[in-house]
Design a protein around this ligand. Structure first.
Ligand code: NAD
Ligand code: ZN
Length: 341
C-alpha cells in the first residue's frame, strides 16, 4: 500500500510502499479515505528536537483520518465491514489507576498513532476496535478527518460552563477557530478571538460569529469597552502556546475567571503567578480528547447545527502531499485535507 512515511532522520516525509497491516483479534482494518494534516505532522516533517526524541524511524505518520472498515478481528462483535468511521488516535493502556477508573484520556501509558505507532497516512490503518468511532450519515469523511482537532477544541471549550459567558480565545489556528464555533454553539455571549496573523482572523469570521482582534494592532481593553463588558472575560481558552497571549488573557479576565490551556508553549515559559493568585483564577490543562465523552458530544453537536466546514481551506490528493504541507507551513491555511481514494 501507499504510505506517507518518516523514512529518514532528517527534514521531510516520503511516499513509500508498505505492507498492508495485519490485524489481531481485537483490531479492525480501515481503508483510509481522507486525512487531515496536523501541526504535529509539521513537527515530524521538520524533524525538530521533540520529533527526533519521540518518533521512531521508519514510521507511517498521520493521526487525523476517516475511512471504512474492511476487515474485523475475530473477537470484535460490535462493528461491521463497510462501517464508515473515524477513531481516537490515542492508544491507551488498561493498567493505570486513571484507566481503571474509566478516565482513559488520563492514562500515562498513552501512545499516539502516527507519533509512536504506525499511523493513518496510508491506504490502510490497523486500529483497536475500542478506538473506532462510527460516523453517522450526516458527517462526511472530510469532517470525519478533522474530528481529532475538533475534539481538542470541544474538550477545551466544554471544560467550563460557557452559557451566557464572555469568552476570550487566544490563537486563531484551526483549533482556536473551531473552539470559537463551539463556544457560540453552546451559548456564550461574546466570543472574542485574538491572533497576530490577519489571514487567520479573517478565516475565523468565515467559520464562526466571533469578534476578531489583531493584538499586534488593537488593544483588547478597547474591544471590551465596545462590547459593553465591564469587568473582563469570564472564561479564557488558550490556543496559541504563546506566552504573551497567556499574559494578556490573565490581564483581561474577571476576578475568579477560568482558563483552559490547550496551547503548548515551546519550552519553560515565565508566568506571573502572583497575578493569577490575586485574581483567584482557575487553570485547567487540557490534553487530547475525553475518551469517549468528547467524541459523543462533538458528534451530537455536529448533528445539531455545529458547522466547522469552512475551517478546511485546502484539499489535495495524497499524491499532492508536498503542496498540502507547503500550505500548512505558510501559516495561513486552516485545515488541509488529503484524499486517499
Ligand atoms: P496553530 O499553530 O495553527 O495556531 C496557533 C495560532 O496562535 C497561530 O495562528 C498564531 O499566529 C497564534 N498566535 C501566536 N502568537 C499569538 C499571540 N501573542 N496572541 C494570539 N495569537 C497568537 O495551532 P493549532 O493547530 O490551532 O493548535 C493550537 C495549539 O494547541 C498549539 O499550541 C498546539 O501545539 C496545541 N495543541 C495541543 C493539544 C493538546 O492535546 N494539548 C492538541 C493539539 C494541539
Ligand atoms: Zn492532530
Amino acid at each position: 500500500m501507499k504510505a506517507l512515511c518518516k523514512a529518514e532522520q532528517r527534514e521531510g516525509l516520503w511516499m513509500t510502499r508498505a505492507p498492508v497491516p495485519e490485524i489481531g483479534p481485537d483490531d479492525v482494518l480501515i481503508r483510509i479515505n481522507k486525512t487531515g494534516i496536523c501541526g504535529t505532522d509539521i513537527h515530524i516533517w521538520n524533524w525538530d528536537d521533540w520529533a527526533s526524541k519521540t518518533v521512531p524511524v521508519p514510521l507511517i505518520t498521520g493521526h487525523e483520518f476517516a475511512g471504512e472498515i474492511v476487515e474485523i478481528g475475530s473477537a470484535v462483535t460490535d462493528l461491521e465491514i463497510g462501517q464508515r468511521c473515524s477513531g481516537e488516535g490515542h492508544l491507551i493502556g488498561k493498567h493505570s489507576r486513571q484507566s481503571r477508573a474509566g478516565k482513559f484520556h488520563l492514562d500515562p501509558e498513552t501512545r499516539g498513532i502516527g507519533v509512536n505507532e504506525q499511523g493513518a497516512f496510508a491506504e490502510y490503518l490497523r486500529l483497536p476496535a475500542f478506538n473506532v468511532v462510527p460516523l453517522p450519515d450526516e458527517i462526511d469523511d472530510e469532517i470525519g478527518a478533522i474530528l481529532d482537532p475538533l475534539g481538542n477544541a470541544v474538550h477545551t471549550a466544554l471544560s467550563f460552563d460557557l452559557v451566557g459567558e464572555d469568552v476570550l480565545i487566544t490563537g486563531a489556528g484551526p483549533i482556536g477557530i473551531m473552539a470559537a464555533a463551539v463556544a457560540r454553539h453552546v451559548g456564550a455571549r461574546n466570543v472574542v478571538i485574538t491572533d497576530i496573523n490577519q489571514a487567520r482572523l479573517d478565516l475565523a469570521t468565515r467559520v464562526a460569529d466571533v469578534v476578531p482582534v489583531n493584538v499586534a494592532e488593537e488593544d483588547l481593553k478597547g474591544i471590551e469597552h465596545k462590547l459593553g463588558m465591564k469587568e473582563g472575560f469570564d472564561v479564557g481558552l488558550e490556543m496559541s502556546g504563546n506566552q504573551i497571549a497567556l499574559d494578556q488573557m490573565v490581564e483581561n479576565l474577571v476576578m475568579g475567571g477560568r482558563i483552559a490551556l490547550l496551547g503548548i508553549p515551546p519550552g519553560k515559559s515565565p508566568v506571573d503567578w502572583s497575578r493569577i493568585v490575586f485574581k483567584a483564577i482557575t487553570i485547567k490543562g487540557v490534553y487530547g480528547r475525553e475518551i469517549f465523552e468528547t467524541w459523543y458530544k462533538m458528534i451530537a453537536m455536529l448533528q445539531n447545527g455545529l458547522d466547522v466546514r469552512n475551517v478546511i481551506t485546502h484539499r489535495f490528493t495524497v499524491d499532492e502531499f508536498q503542496q498540502g504541507f507547503a500550505a500548512m507551513k505558510s501559516g495561513e491555511a486552516g485545515k488541509v485535507v488529503l484524499s486517499w481514494t
